[in-house]
Design a protein around this ligand. Structure first.
Ligand SMILES: [Zn+2]
Length: 250
């Protein structure tokens, strides 16, 4: 079985085909704001092998408010909401919202703590601040989605027992650092993800990504770590089942 631990399924016209292509496998679709969080709830109620995480993404804080967080909290009794995400910090397009991003980030980490749920973290050009905040929440199950930092930083996160979502970027020819990170990371701290419809792996770059391409990510990781694809799939599936409770009881 394969588990795509991070994708955005609200964006497909041919959703039935996308789901069918993942028959026998699981997907975790992620919300980023009020609108997409609602889509996540719709999708998980409709498709048995789709699970969800909901949260306010750092780039969406200016269009979100207190009510957004309250709505998220109300949904946490849905058995198929398996975590809070994607949440975090993103300073890529400027840092005017730095403080507001931190507020939303911490509030949602507190929510995850209260409900014993894992968190899926987005961090872009903000790795040091992300680390400083997560240090205070190391009792949580934390997944760094689409990790893009250095080997040294990855080692620091590992010490907090944080898991790493590895996706299509690892297949890119110019992803030298990420390949080094993957080589260093113990397989038992790696989760597979696609971030579909974004970050399509080689050799399909330029096309719209979809969860079934998770296999290409697994193949690349196998090559880097000089192990079999079966071992990558088996171990990363166990990891995903340890981080996310797919048989959530309330
Ligand atoms: Zn994402």
């Amino acid at each position: 079985m394969m588990i795509d631990t991070h994708c955005h399924l609200e964006d497909y016209e041919n959703i039935e085909t996308i789901i069918k292509n993942m028959e026998g496998n699981k997907m975790i679709t992620s919300g980023v704001n009020d609108e997409t969080n609602k889509e996540v709830v719709k999708l998980i109620n409709q498709y048995p092998n789709v699970y969800g995480v909901i949260g306010i993404h750092p780039s969406e804080v200016s269009i979100s408010n207190e009510k957004s967080i309250l709505w998220i909290e109300e949904q946490l009794n849905n058995k198929k909401i398996v975590g809070i995400g994607e949440i975090g910090l993103d300073y890529h397009y400027g840092i005017e919202e730095k403080e507001l991003q931190k507020q939303f980030f911490k509030k949602q980490l507190e929510l995850a703590r209260k409900y014993h749920l894992p968190v899926v973290i987005h961090s872009r050009d903000a790795i040091e601040d992300t680390y400083q905040i997560l240090k205070e929440f190391k009792d949580l199950k934390i997944i760094l989605h689409c990790y893009s930092g250095s080997v040294e930083m990855a080692q620091k996160f590992l010490k907090l027992n944080i898991y790493f979502g590895i996706g299509g970027v690892v297949t890119f020819k110019n992803s030298k650092t990420l390949k080094e990170v993957v080589k260093m990371l113990p397989l038992d701290h790696i989760l597979l993800e696609t971030d579909s419809p974004y970050l399509t792996p080689e050799p399909f770059r330029g096309q719209k990504n979809e969860p079934k391409n998770i296999l290409l990510v697994a193949q690349t990781i196998a090559k880097i770590k000089e192990i079999s694809v079966e071992q990558v799939l088996k171990t990363t599936t166990i990891n995903a089942e340890q981080q996310f409770d797919f048989n959530k009881t309330l």
